[in-house]
Write a protein that binds this ligand. Sequence first.
Ligand code: ADP
Ligand code: MG
Length: 341
Amino acid sequence: MQVLPWPPAGWWRKTVSENDSVLRVEDLRVHFQGKKLVKAVDGVSLEIKRGEVISVVGESGSGKTTLGRTLVGLTRPTSGRILLDGKEIRIRDRKSLKGLWRRAQMIFQDPYSTFNPLCSVYDAIAIPVRKFDIADSDAEVRRIVEESLEKVGLNPAEMRGKYPNQLSGGQRQRASIARALVISPEIIIADEPVSMLDVSIRAGILDVLKNLNEKFGVTIIFITHDLAVADYISDSIAVMYRGKVVELAPSDALIEAPMHPYTELLLRSAPRLKGVRRWSETQDLMLKEVPSEFPGCAFYPRCPISREGCTFTEPDLADVGRSHLAACFVRQDEAKKTGNR
Ligand SMILES: Nc1ncnc2c1ncn2[C@@H]1O[C@H](COP(=O)(O)OP(=O)(O)O)[C@@H](O)[C@H]1O
Ligand SMILES: [Mg+2]
């Protein structure tokens, strides 16, 4: 049996580097064919840097969960490429996918979905340790499980013999983070991990994730519909709309000066945030009817700054200045006129 050192060398060091991409996706598409074709993810290209926290935000149905699941190999993409450390994952090859699972783990919105109710919390967290042959004895398995519990602020002695239903909501989500953490993944994808929890315990869970990033250098992809949470936790934010990333920028820049009209709309519906710019239009854009297939920019039917050319072709993400990338023809033209500054 192969015994991996625990924790692996270098795992605990925060090593954010400008050019060091750990995960990269190129033109990723995930289409579901039911009665109707659903383009859940439709041409996403992203580069995730080692040691960064990146949030993916967008309203319900924009494809965040599907993107997250695809990035850890739980959903198979229709097309596109996923590269881990510059090496392409062969998405049709189980062994290659297993390599991705070993290094990228997902935390789900509902911690109950992580646990089998008939399996103790200890045993559940031990499963990945055994599956990936990380320990060479039962004592070693136990030590690793306990270390993982401690990392998320749970008392191992208190958790011993407990079943998932005997834990509080916050403890259960911490335990599900411990389960993701137990194989010391380099990447954690957290899908709305606090949205089902009581407001009073959310900050504690966010801090567990923040701490994993700062102390252990774990790269975190944080999925949320809440820009305030994204602002709190992340270095950069990607905004998704209808399966596409429409804006990507450092968190501060995105919150202070959103460039894509959709991001502005999201910010306006998050009243807790400072520096919110107001639309001159006051009607509720979110309620405007949107045709399901539309040539040109998908945001056009809702967009208050649109112009005729927006309906011809789809905009790609491009530099619009102030370290923002945005998929908006109007903003891209403005940036060109002002020399990108
Ligand atoms: N397994 C699936 N089969 C068919 N359609 C799906 C499946 N998973 C997600 N979808 C559809 O894909 C779209 C994006 O869903 P999802 O990724 O869950 O978005 P979000 O997490 O942003 O709410 C939705 O229209 C959803 O109904
Ligand atoms: Mg979701």
